[in-house]
Design a protein around this ligand. Structure first.
Ligand SMILES: NC(=O)C1=CN([C@@H]2O[C@H](COP(=O)(O)OP(=O)(O)OC[C@H]3O[C@@H](n4cnc5c(N)ncnc54)[C@H](OP(=O)(O)O)[C@@H]3O)[C@@H](O)[C@H]2O)C=CC1
Ligand SMILES: O=C(O)[C@@H]1CCC=N1
Length: 264
């Protein structure tokens, strides 16, 4: 597989690391305007770092766009005449619809929108996917690419904004929860390193428990909460302070912001 990542910034580089981690490409092009800080990636023999998007497009089959929304249209204009039937166009761009992409490059191209998160760098992204009409013929390819770097779910395009909040921004939300738990553990006497270790592995264990058992979270909570015990005491205090409510409100605020990004 010949992959180009157009826009090797935070997400693009996370995808690049995921591809390297999973041996997912025969060749990989990484592009950005200022390439100095990512030149190191060329130590992996099959990687080319360049600011020439057109060269990357010509030499690759799968094009993963990971630039800021405001840059995307101009970059598509720059490469549209080089696109052929070999190309699968994958956009990770927030709020940029398939119809807007088709307005620039036409509908006779395989177009896939993908919403991964930065855990793709360690092969553990939750990635949502949707396609244009023609792109349906390449959805299995896209799933194969992203399943090597985590888990995928195909969704209708109108759920893409919500998926961005839950899965992409979600990484930041979960990090903050892990950080807060770490601070609590420090207050209870662990040193900072141990506190983080306890917080992250407990978080990982909670997620694994749900993934492997298929249980509802409340079922697992019931197994932990001894009547009159310390768990229910802590949980109820967290709820009195608005834990669930603040998470839900944050998610909704984040979702509303995407609508503004989309309009902008
Ligand atoms: N960060 C995340 O976790 C996620 C981000 N997204 C979406 O992915 C996209 C990228 O986000 P993120 O990685 O955070 O943003 P960054 O700003 O970190 O990365 C964008 C990159 O695009 C490069 N770029 C800008 N213009 C060009 C150009 N003309 N040709 C090639 N490269 C260019 C920039 O480098 P330079 O200036 O050197 O060109 C920069 O490195 C956004 O649309 C975002 O909404 C989606 C899911 C998760
Ligand atoms: O914060 C943002 O707008 C982008 C989209 C999801 C993650 N980062």
């Amino acid at each position: 597989m010949k992959i180009a990542i157009i826009g090797a910034g935070n997400l693009g580089l996370a995808v690049a690391k995921g591809v390297l981690h999973s041996n997912g490409a025969t060749t990989m092009y990484l592009t950005k305007r200022n390439t100095t800080e990512i030149k190191d990636f060329e130590k992996y023999g099959n990687v080319t770092v360049t600011s020439d998007n057109q060269e990357a497009v010509k030499k690759s089959d799968v094009l993963i766009f990971a630039v800021q929304p405001g840059h995307f249209a101009a970059i598509l204009e720059q490469v549209k005449d080089l696109l052929t039937e070999k190309h699968v166009i994958i956009s990770t761009i927030t709020g940029f619809s398939i119809s807007k992409i088709e307005e620039i490059i036409g509908s006779e191209r395989y177009i896939i929108r993908s919403m991964p998160n930065t855990a793709i760098s360690v092969g553990n992204s939750m990635t949502c996917l949707c396609t244009n009409e023609l792109g349906k013929k390449r959805i299995d390819l896209a799933k194969a690419i992203f399943n090597r770097m985590g888990h995928t779910l195909e969704i209708p395009e109108d759920q893409m904004q919500a998926a961005t909040v839950i899965c992409a921004s979600g990484i930041a939300f979960w990090m903050r929860l892990i950080r807060a738990t770490t601070q609590g553990a420090i207050q209870l006497g662990f040193d900072a390193k141990e506190a983080q270790e306890l917080a992250m592995h407990t978080c990982n264990g909670a997620a694994s428990l749900l993934i492997e058992s298929g249980s509802h979270p409340e079922e697992e909570i019931d197994r932990v909460t001894t009547p009159k015990g310390c768990t229910i005491e802590g949980l109820n205090e967290m709820e009195h302070q608005g834990l669930s409510s603040s998470l839900i409100r944050g998610i909704v605020a984040s979702f509303e912001k995407i609508s503004h990004i989309k309009k902008g």
